[in-house]
Write a protein that binds this ligand. Structure first.
Ligand SMILES: NC(=O)c1ccc[n+]([C@@H]2O[C@H](COP(=O)([O-])OP(=O)(O)OC[C@H]3O[C@@H](n4cnc5c(N)ncnc54)[C@H](OP(=O)(O)O)[C@@H]3O)[C@@H](O)[C@H]2O)c1
Length: 270
C-alpha cells in the first residue's frame, strides 16, 4: 500500500524503523525485512547504522529502485554548509547512490537554523541526490514558518504519534500544507499492550495488539514505521492488510488519546 506525496512521488505506507538496531544485527535484518515484504527502511545519522542498512539492502539482492530509504540529519549538523557535508556523509555511509527521503531530524528552534538547513535540502533535491525532502518533529508553527519561506514544500513530517498521543493539531497542520504525517514510536514502544480497549479489540478480531495499532495508523492515513529486530514480529507487524477496524473500533481507539509524550518536546530539544 502506497501513499502519494505532494510532489507526485509515492511512498510505502508501512515501513521498518531501525532506531536502536545494532550494527551487527542490521545487515541480516535488511534481508529478513525485504523477504517478509518491507519496502521502506527508516534510519538516521544518529542511529549509527546507515552503513549496515545500505550494505544489508545491497546484499539482499533487491533492485535499488524497489526499496525506499529514509535518513535524517542530526541536530549538530544543521546550517547550510554543514548539512550539505552531513548529507554527503550519509550518502557515503549508505552507499546507495541516492536517498529516497531526507528529513531534518528535529527543528531545534533555539538554534534557529532549520530554514538555512532547508535551503541545503532544496539544493540536494534539485541535484537528484535526494528524491524527496521532509521534516521531523516540526510543531505547527515551525512548519508554517518553513512553508512560507520554502521553494519546495516538505513531503512528510515525522512525529511521535500513537494511540496515547494522537497529535491531532499536528496532523491538521500537516494536512493543511499537503504534508503526510509519519508516526514514530507508533506502537508506543510496546509499553501499553495490556490496555483494556486494545486487548478487547484484538480479541474480537483475532489479531495482536500491535497489529491493531498498526492497522489504526493505516486507517488514520499515517505513514507508520514500527521497529523490531525479531523475524516473527517483522511478519506479525506486516500482516495487517487482511482486516479492517470498524468505525466503532476507530472511535474507541480515538478515546485513548491522553497526551502521553514518550520522547522530547520539539520546542525544548536543541
Ligand atoms: N524522528 C524521530 O525523532 C524518531 C524518534 C524515535 C523513533 N523514530 C523512528 O521510529 C521508529 C519506531 O519507533 P520506536 O523504535 O521508538 O518504537 P516502536 O516502533 O513504537 O516500538 C518498538 C518496540 O516495540 C517492540 N515491538 C515491535 N513489534 C512488536 C510486537 N509485534 N510485539 C511486541 N513488541 C513489539 C520492539 O522490540 P523488539 O525490537 O525486541 O521486537 C521495540 O522494543 C524508530 O525505529 C525510528 O526509525 C524516529
Amino acid at each position: 500500500m502506497e501513499l502519494q506525496m505532494n510532489n507526485g512521488n509515492s511512498i510505502p505506507q508501512l515501513g521498518l524503523g531501525v532506531y536502536k538496531v545494532a550494527q551487527d544485527e542490521a545487515v541480516q535484518l535488511m534481508s529478513e525485512a525485504i523477504e517478509v515484504g518491507y519496502r521502506r527502511i527508516d534510519t538516521a545519522a544518529l542511529y549509527g547504522n546507515e552503513t549496515e542498512v545500505g550494505q544489508g539492502i545491497r546484499e539482499s539482492g533487491i533492485d535499488r529502485s524497489e526499496v525506499f530509504v529514509t535518513t535524517k540529519i542530526w541536530n549538530d549538523r544543521q546550517g547550510y554548509d554543514e548539512s550539505i557535508r552531513a548529507i554527503n556523509d550519509s550518502l557515503g555511509r549508505l552507499d546507495l547512490e541516492y536517498i529516497d527521503l531526507l528529513l531534518i531530524h528535529w527543528p531545534c528552534p533555539a538554534k534557529d537554523l532549520y530554514l538555512e538547513t532547508w535551503k541545503a535540502f532544496e539544493k540536494v533535491y534539485e541535484q537528484g541526490l535526494v528524491k524527496n525532502i521532509g521534516v521531523s518533529n516540526f510543531q505547527p508553527n515551525h512548519l508554517e514558518r518553513l512553508v512560507v519561506s520554502a521553494d519546495i514544500k516538505p513531503v512528510v513530517n515525522q512525529v511521535e504519534l500513537h494511540p496515547f498521543f494522537q497529535q491531532n493539531e499536528v496532523r491538521a497542520a500537516n494536512e493543511k500544507h499537503g504534508v503526510l504525517t509519519e508516526a514514530w514510536s507508533p506502537l508506543a514502544r510496546a509499553g501499553h499492550n495490556k490496555n483494556d480497549v486494545l486487548v478487547r479489540i484484538s480479541e474480537t478480531l483475532g489479531k495482536t495488539v500491535s497489529q491493531v495499532i498498526i492497522r489504526w495508523h493505516i486507517q488514520t492515513g499515517n505513514l507508520v514505521i514500527p521497529k523490531t529486530v525479531h523475524k516473527s514480529r517483522l511478519i506479525e507487524n506486516f500482516d495487517v492488510f487482511d482486516f479492517e477496524l470498524s468505525e466503532t473500533e476507530m472511535i474507541s481507539i480515538a478515546s485513548l488519546d491522553s497526551g502521553l509524550r514518550l520522547g522530547p518536546n520539539p520546542d525544548e530539544l536543541n
